[in-house]
Unconditional design. Sequence first.
Length: 568
Amino acid sequence: MTASPRTLETPRDAAGPADADWWRQAAVYQIYPRSFSDSNGDGLGDLRGVTAKVPYLTELGIDAVWLSPFYPSALADGGYDVDDYRDVDPKLGTLEDFDEMAAALHAAGIRIIADIVPNHSSDRHEWFREALASPRGSAARARYIFRDGAGPDGSEPPSDWHSVFGGSAWQRITEPDGTPGQWYLHLFAPEQPDLNWDNPEVRADFLKTLRFWSDRGVDGFRIDVAHALVKDLAEPLASRHDLEAEGSLLDGSHPFWDRDEVHEIYAEWRRLFNEYQPPRTAVAEAWVHPTRRARYASPDGLGQAFNFDLLQADFDADGYRTIITRNLAESTASGASSTWVFSNHDVVRHATRYGLPAGGPETGKGQDGKAWVLSGGDEPDLDRELGLRRARAATQLMLALPGSAYLYQGEELGLHEVAEIPDGDRQDPTFFRNAGVEKGRDGCRVPLPWTAEGGSYGFGDGASHLPQPAWFAEVAVDRQEGDPESTLAFYRRALELRRRLQSAEELEWLEDPAPGVLHFRRPGGWHSVTNFGADPVGLPAGSVLLSSAPLDGGRLPANTTAWVQTPE
């Protein structure tokens, strides 16, 4: 099937309220560039690979792509360790390749969201190399967070804080004279030293970076770890026990997560974004309490914040309704639109999560699949067919909601998590720093299968940087292209309908007599009905526009969503 390019509602960079609000109900497709498409056979996906797949993205029907980091990096954390914020990793291409990709995406009516990683640089960044070569108290070290060690000889970390990836959050350096020296803070990997956002030089440099990419045609930014930039490092540093005290994550008193002062930074960023027409958009990755998320989504701040609540939920009608109701209320109060997501580069794919036993109330959250990955995919038992059926139903429900929908590359193929990766091939630092506890996130970052044949299933001419399982052949793009019942065909149809049906950001819940059913109506008289229960249920009178699985004699089977257009 051949698709003609779509044009934007108004010319690029033309003023106008419709164009300025494109993000409010956009379908955004996340591309993890190193695993999307390899144009030169070196095993890594690259920017030219993205450009080559613009017809595929156009056919899919998305409004924007979010590009995970493509900057120069040693890949200590999959590209989130950035050597240079204003360049392209030579292994992925050049700035000219970026310009060609941007032109191709914009010509197809697809906007670009770039990942920005402001909490930390890489340890190869020119600033950090200068800091290591400079003495205590220097201006170079003041761009980062250096402290003298504890104990009589400074050989102990300044505090007992732990890194998100495991182990101490402090790393000791060797001073230029060869003696044991100070310690620097890294909330993530040691190769990711935290920047000091109290330093005006750091703030000014990131404004320069945001303007650099905005001038190059980037339409919006996804802000990595948006809640961690500002720290309170007054002595004495809090202990881990103090950090876990009740309320510290609810009132902004935690020394490095979600401090109120961070919003001063984003207010300055918003002023920069608003210099452009249409204004540049931004969405915060902020793992904060729901009551504090609205500040990141403020029109005076970033404008939107990720809602990860469905990503953490079991496949359950009551849980879904509670989450949806709460988040729509939050978005109304903040003036933003909500975001909805089930899979991304950091979590087990939702087709797999939904094929595993539910997390249950004792976990406090839904099934995250980590234990299954740790077992190598052996325990607990995975029902692959059920997982995919539920994933399709959940995605169709999500696409019916007001707000923007974020899709992760490969979910349109129905990909499951890849658990069978040999330890020697793994790349995620969480695996190396948490041996025996977590296997990490490599299983959702395995390169995509484009063809059923070939050494890397069409990803490139050579091997892929992470090994692909044999079952990828069954779900390759070319296998699904001609199948009207495929998951790829389902996504294309759902996104096409969504674009046509979406209107005002409103939703009306309708009570269904059957238990375990979520039923709501959107403006224009179309309904979304999801059956979380075990038995088929009736549908409202009207035309069935799409169902995530075949109907059962006109009734909606278990683990299925249908959209119905009712008579006016």
